[in-house]
Write a protein that binds this ligand. Structure first.
Ligand code: XMP
Length: 618
């Protein structure tokens, strides 16, 4: 039997996180629909049933084949998956009056193989409304949280269930629990190693491409760069055509650095400087022409123009290469989570086209229709792609690069012609004053940023705190403000003198070369410090943002440093100063920006988690 684990997807929010964790434990996984027939699952060494949003009694609950429970394969149900196991085998599930959401403490039984080696009290992430009522015959409860069943098992049938999410970081010893399931319960040996996978990726490329050629658009991010290096090593440079389009919103000197890194790896990269095409780019949205880009302020309009301009520029560049569509393959650096995500969106009828936008020129479309798109990294998660890049001798500077949005710095410059001051401004500002305590002043700022609140995106006010630099206290206020005042979705600490009185002025800002240059410089200072202090790995992403609040300095803008720690970018938190991020590192950045970048009034540090703020500010 193959040592592969089937993950049955019941609509999980954290499905790809389960996948990553299991692969991290050197076990191969396949994600399959919940409805997969038992006959197809008998080949798998074990089955994990994911969480999902439904209740097992819902009419829309995902279908399943009841015979999967008779296969005799070791089985682990997570959250909804546990309830399904219990329900399908004759137990009951009940809706309790209170939901359990967020980190909880549970008591586990040390007699359970799943909790072997762990303390009795465990911190875990719960997220459920339903709970186990009556246990199915043969099962016993092996953990509880405040009297509710938190884990079940029938060791004779090797069936286990967890009411919480072992796959996420918030479950402190979740990885050990998964390890126990895979190694002790299912008896796997962990044979899915990096060597094995590189060999597989290489075979895949040879098999698909034969003696053909490959075209690849390289952004400079980890995925496309590692993909380029892998193709180069496998096929040789003559058969790999790599193009990099500089849209004018790259980081300082980035295009040159990417070219050099690939050159050092024996791969020629054609860099096309298209900044002017982008700055002056226009496009049509709903029958109206929007742009040129250097006159628009709306974030979505910016994204539209950049996406469409990218397509036009790429089209020209590809035409100039005179590639034969019959012999050419388009390579993309898509990673496993991208593919899981798009597959699950297609499966749930919510296919999203935005992500493919920039790889959608006419030739690209033609190649896709002919089945000529190859995705050699489709089996890799981000950290694994990094490891692969390292083995292909890419420098750490490239391999450890944090994700960078396709539209680049264009979505990190908040543009505005006038301050954002609605009728509620004064009222919200007055409410904010309640949070001015212990030497801290809370002030409403006349700009808005994007966030996630409730079920959707919000585009709301930014609040600034200034004064006493007690980070614990500041973090706490930052958590409370958006809960109390829903029209605020983001809170930042403003360095320097306390900001008193209403802040109502901005410096009109568009995507012009001077503003871009200013942000490039600030971003470079932050990134150099991150590198110097070895923080690039510890922090998942650190957007540096320009926003137009002048704080009384005529013609000036301000710079925000937004640190973000996450596994999947669906939720996350800022770095805690003194814990994830030494305070003197942040001080160095702030001093460096104020000293070296012209026209900066204040530097702020974003204190917001996601939700209610997003990673990026727009
Ligand atoms: P948010 O801001 O939604 O971002 O928390 C989540 C992740 O997505 C990246 N991001 C983008 N990437 N084009 C991209 O290629 C975009 O328009 C875009 N917007 C956000 C963001 O940097 C973060 O990693």
């Amino acid at each position: 039997m193959k040592e592969t684990v089937a993950i049955l997807d019941a609509g999980a929010q954290y499905g790809k996180v389960i996948d990553r964790r299991v692969r991290e434990l050197s076990v191969e996984t396949h994600i399959l629909p919940m409805s997969t027939p038992a006959s197809q699952l008998s080949e798998y060494a074990a089955i994990i049933i994911s969480g999902g949003p439904q209740s097992v009694y819902d009419a829309e609950a995902p279908e399943f084949d009841p015979r999967i429970f008779e296969l005799g394969r070791p089985m682990l149900g997570i959250c909804y998956g546990m309830q399904l196991i219990n329900y399908a085998l004759g137990g009951t599930v009940e809706r309790k009056s209170r939901r359990e959401d967020g980190p909880c403490t549970i008591e586990v039984s040390d007699a359970s193989a799943l909790f072997s080696g762990l303390d009795t009290r465990q911190t875990v992430l719960m997220s459920h409304g339903d709970s186990i009522g009556g246990l199915a015959a043969g099962f016993r409860a092996t953990a509880n949280s405040n009297g509710l069943v938190a884990a079940i098992e029938d060791p004779a049938r090797r069936m286990y269930g967890l009411q919480f999410h072992p796959e996420v970081d918030l479950t402190e010893h979740g990885k050990q629990m998964l390890h126990n399931f895979l190694y002790s319960v299912a008896g796997l040996s962990g044979s899915y190693t990096m060597e094995d996978r590189i060999a597989k990726a290489t075979d895949y490329i040879h098999e698909k491409v034969g003696d053909g050629e490959v075209l690849l658009l390289v952004s400079g991010g980890v995925d496309s760069t590692v993909c380029a290096a892998l193709l180069n090593k496998t096929l040789g440079p003559e058969r790999v055509h790599a193009i990099h389009i500089d849209n004018g919103f790259m980081r300082l000197d980035e295009s040159r650095k990417v070219k050099e890194a690939l050159q050092a790896n024996g791969l020629e990269l054609t860099v096309i400087d298209a900044s002017d095409d982008f700055y002056k780019g226009t496009t049509e949205v709903g029958g109206n022409i929007v742009g040129p880009l250097d006159t628009v302020t709306d974030p979505q309009a910016k994204r539209h123009i950049i996406g469409d301009t990218f397509m036009r520029v790429a089209e020209n560049a590809i035409r100039q290469l005179n590639l034969d569509p019959e012999r050419t393959f388009l390579a993309q650096g898509s990673l496993r989570p991208d593919l899981i995500e798009s597959a699950s969106k297609i499966a749930s009828g919510k296919a999203q086209v935005i992500k493919t936008h920039h790889n959608d020129t006419e030739l690209v479309r033609m190649l896709r229709e002919k089945g000529r798109v190859i995705e050699p990294l489709q089996d890799y998660h981000k950290d694994e792609a990094r490891e692969l890049g390292r083995r292909l001798s890419l420098p750490d500077d490239i391999v450890m690069r944090q994700p960078f949005p396709g539209p680049g710095l264009a979505v990190r410059i908040l543009c505005a012609e006038e301050p954002y001051i609605t009728d509620e401004f004064e009222d919200i500002n007055a409410q904010l004053h309640a949070f001015s305590t212990l030497g801290v002043t809370a002030t409403l700022l006349p700009v808005r940023t994007v966030g996630v609140q409730g079920d959707g995106r919000s585009y709301s006010y930014l609040a600034g705190l200034s004064g006493a630099k007690d980070w614990r206290h500041l973090m706490q206020i930052a958590r409370e403000i958006p809960k109390a005042i829903h029209r605020i979705n983001r809170v930042a600490y403003i360095f320097g003198e306390k900001v008193e009185g209403p802040v109502t002025e901005i410096t009109p800002t568009h995507l012009t070369p001077d503003v871009i240059g200013q942000l490039q410089q600030a971003d470079d200072i932050v990134n150099n410090a991150l590198r110097q202090y070895g923080l690039l790995q510890r922090l998942s992403q650190v957007p540096v943002i320009s926003f137009p609040v002048s704080f009384g300095k005529k013609g000036a803008r301000s710079i925000a440093i937004r640190t973000f720690i996450t596994n999947d970018f669906m939720t996350g938190r800022p770095a805690v100063l003194g814990k994830d991020f030494p305070e003197h590192a942040l001080d160095d950045m702030v001093i460096g920006i104020l000293r070296d970048v012209q026209g900066v009034s204040r530097v702020v540090y974003d204190l917001t988690s996601k939700p209610p703020g997003t990673t990026e500010w727009e």
